[in-house]
Write a protein that binds this ligand. Sequence first.
Ligand SMILES: Nc1ncnc2c1ncn2[C@@H]1O[C@H](COP(=O)(O)OP(=O)(O)O)[C@@H](O)[C@H]1O
Ligand SMILES: [Mg+2]
Length: 435
Amino acid sequence: MASSADQPGNPITAEEFLRHVLRSGLVERDELQASLRQVPREQREDPWLLAEHLIRYGKLTRFQAGRLLKGIAQGLIFGPFRVLAPIGKGGMGKVFLVRDMRSQQLVALKILPPKLARAEVRMMARFRREMELSQKVAHAHIAWTYEVGEVRGVPYIAMEYIPGRTLSRIVNEDGPLKPTRACRLMAEVASALSHAHEQGLIHRDLKPGNILITPRDQAKVLDLGLALIEGEIVHDAMVVGGQGYIVGTMDYIAPEQTLDAASVDPRCDLYSLGCTLYFALSGQPPFPGGTSKEKIARHRREQPVPLATLAPHVPAGLIEFVERLMSKNPDDRPDNAQQVEQELRFWATGEEEIARESEEEISFDETVVVQQGTASADLSAISLPEFEITPLSLLDNRRATGLWSTNAVALLMASAACLFLSAMVVILLILLTRR
Ligand SMILES: Nc1ncnc2c1ncn2[C@@H]1O[C@H](COP(=O)(O)OP(=O)(O)O)[C@@H](O)[C@H]1O
Ligand SMILES: [Mg+2]
């Protein structure tokens, strides 16, 4: 661990750092004092070592400590949530791992950054739609929305935290998936779509980056940010999309969605599912490279490199099915997501058991630290003399003074009462002896 002297351009002192810790509201004063008692004297003036200690003691996450060392104490508590670490970022939202202090549960909190909300009015309108629509679905393969709300004008969606990797990350890092696994995962996605479609929702942004794979190797569909209610009358094409205003992700967008995003039916999601399956099996989207305009033209008119060329091990019948999903004309695609699920389950049969990733292995180290307080055991084993907590006594003058004055006043009052009583006894004795 580098000492503060090694941290260029960061002149924060230990005292300032501890002040920020208290100001953040993440750690109570008593709690902070107790954990700092374990810090060896020679390390107490070094904010970086203090931060490292608090991280190892489970009092701060690395992300929180990093912010506090930069002098940023605000924003680490968001309504009832404690912000533990950032976990994702898309075109619209920022997603944080947070702890809900009402239930102590870990939650994924998606917010619309105020800067973005201010810069683009349609972003706020889209986020509000997502807040509303995300509550219309409830399915094992769709990230569960616990609640939506607003804190100091910042809207949020609190969701089930899924400690996995997106399908795009998995394929980019580990290579294409085995056909049986790809089909089982995409069958789960199809079941999620089937549910959304039954509720009248069309996702319109299905893609590998919007599918999380859990440590138990289950697919969870995310992000209803561009969802459309079937048959909805669109008032604002800038928000919902429409003629001349395309919404979607160009690598996975259905041709008809590029023509009029507001008049699509659920089969546009089946096209995107086909492109996603193409990516999962081959490692690349159907039309890689090029500009958005070129991609749109290709989705409308061109055929991708045959899957059989890129992934010769994939059964011919499955390749045919993927091509059907990616038909330019929606009428040539399967009728609905339920049919797609059934077909994919068929191609998934015989899937070998794969080594599931252990939940702990892939969770963020911050989480592990927060949950288990990993190093607290070895630290508490070092017995240290009690010490007057120099930096802490300077921490919060207001509170420190408050505490001291409360004690002092109590002491003074007690002494005064004793004096008063003694005086009364003496007076009484004098009066009695005189009589
Ligand atoms: N419930 C969740 N659990 C864990 N990570 C999530 C969750 N929701 C989103 N993420 C992460 O955040 C990223 C962005 O989320 P997403 O909802 O797709 O935002 P955007 O609308 O900005 O695209 C995702 O790709 C994923 O990595
Ligand atoms: Mg997204």
